[in-house]
Design a binder for this molecule. Structure first.
Ligand SMILES: [Zn+2]
Length: 427
């Protein structure tokens, strides 16, 4: 039953009309840039080097004038200017908590700035009365602590469980009539399967009805099984540790992840840093505008995605990331569009007739030329039908069309091969 006390939304930001959001972002961006410039030496250096004054960064578009800071650079900066790489904006003794992400990267955070995080759990349906296993709290990891507090902020009761010891998890789920799960989809499925091996009928004997996932791709088949076979409503969120949290989250519509209004999210061409439009695949670049302690501007996540501005029936008005399609390092630009290895693989693997394939990108005159080389399981199929279907699907997903499709004899494509072979030379 949806709770009515707070309404359907966690805060007013979620339903801002677009003009109001634009004003909100402008104001927050100006405050963030000004504050970071005057308090974080590395942010000042980045702007000075780009020849840009803080007053010149007033709109999201203006951010294009600043370079993207990537994880490797952040690690280097933290080594040369320990411990925060020159991005700390407040006295070190005022830092409320420090997050660690692999690198290591140290991220300072202030507690007054984390209430918003609960939005993602709220959108997933967590409310007062829910008892929630938080499997990210292994040894109370930073994310686990944040999630714990956010679950509480929705009114629900978290259990700090961590992962592993599946039998104890199952017993806890059973004894405490746990209704919610926070963790990875694979771990939840492991627990369900184990419960079944122990003789339980999971749907009948357990009360788990909602789950919130991050940190792992949720395969459509796994989602379908959790939802339909086990009656668990699932929601995913996109979280990145360096900029301090959750950048986007699903609502009950489960069709894309709403941008979190505590960040400015850009989808950019990773080579030029220029912003891309709706539907165009590019790197997710993020500027936190809620965490004053951390002057990180334009952090490049390395994740490739695309977004939609289509209205969402849930009533939230922010844009949505449609899917995380792969890593920037695995993407190749073809006629201005990024083709991401994983995305291409997903298209080809949806055709049973294909046994092996390779995408070859070459150059003909001033134009990129993309060829699909395909080995078939059975030569006797309707090749023109396959050509049409494949072309259509590929274009739908990657927004760029093959110039040629070559059906080659079995064994032509070497066993060890790159999915996308870039044969272009640039002189
Ligand atoms: Zn929605």
């Amino acid at each position: 039953m949806p709770e009515t006390k707070r309404g359907d939304f966690f805060d007013d930001l979620e339903t801002m009309p677009s003009e109001k959001r634009e004003r909100y972002f402008k104001q927050k961006l100006a405050e963030t840039i000004d504050y970071a410039y005057h308090n974080a030496p590395s942010t000042k250096e980045i702007l000075d080097r780009a020849g840009v004054s803080p007053s010149q960064i007033r709109t999201i578009k203006d951010l294009e004038r600043l370079p993207i800071t990537r994880k490797t650079e952040l690690i280097e900066l933290q080594k040369s200017k320990p411990p925060y790489g020159g991005f700390l904006t407040i006295p070190a003794e005022d830092v409320d908590r420090i997050f660690l992400s692999p690198g290591p990267i140290y991220e300072p955070l202030h507690i007054e700035n984390i209430k918003w995080f609960a939005k993602t759990f709220f959108a997933a349906g967590f409310r007062k009365g829910d008892i929630v296993i938080n499997s990210f709290t292994y040894h109370m990891s930073p994310a686990g602590v944040l999630f714990h507090e956010a679950i509480r902020d929705c009114g629900a009761t978290p259990i700090a469980m961590g992962v592993g010891n599946t039998e104890v998890q199952i017993q806890t789920m059973h004894d405490l009539k746990v209704t919610g799960f926070v963790g990875t989809p694979s771990f939840l499925m492991t627990a369900i399967k184990r419960a079944e091996e122990m003789g339980h009928d999971f749907r009948r004997d357990f009360a788990v009805r909602k789950a919130w996932f991050t940190g792992e791709m949720l395969a459509p088949s796994l989602r379908k099984s959790l939802e339909e076979d086990y009656g668990i409503s699932t929601a995913q969120a996109y979280a990145v540790t360096e900029p301090g949290g959750c950048l986007a989250y699903e609502c009950s519509q489960k069709s894309g992840m709403h941008f979190m209004d505590e960040y400015i999210i850009e989808i950019v061409d990773p080579e030029t840093g220029k912003q891309l439009g709706p539907g165009e695949t590019g790197e997710i670049v993020v500027t936190p505008i809620h965490n004053k302690t951390w002057g990180l501007i334009r952090f490049g996540t390395g994740d490739m995605s695309y977004y939609t501005t289509d209205p969402c029936p849930c009533g939230r008005t922010s844009n949505r990331l449609v899917a995380i399609v792969g890593r920037a390092g695995d993407a190749i630009k073809v006629r201005g569009m990024f083709v991401v290895t994983k995305q291409a693989e997903a298209v080809f693997s949806s055709f049973d007739q294909i046994s092996t394939f390779q995408i070859v990108v070459g150059r003909k005159g001033q134009r990129d030329e993309m060829t699909f080389k395909i080995e078939l399981k059975d030569e006797a199929i309707d090749k023109s039908q396959l050509t049409n279907d494949l072309n259509q699907k590929f274009q739908e997903v990657c927004r760029v069309k093959a110039d040629k499709i070559e059906f080659v004899a079995k064994g032509t494509i070497p066993e060890e091969h790159k999915t996308i072979l870039d044969e272009r030379t640039w002189e």
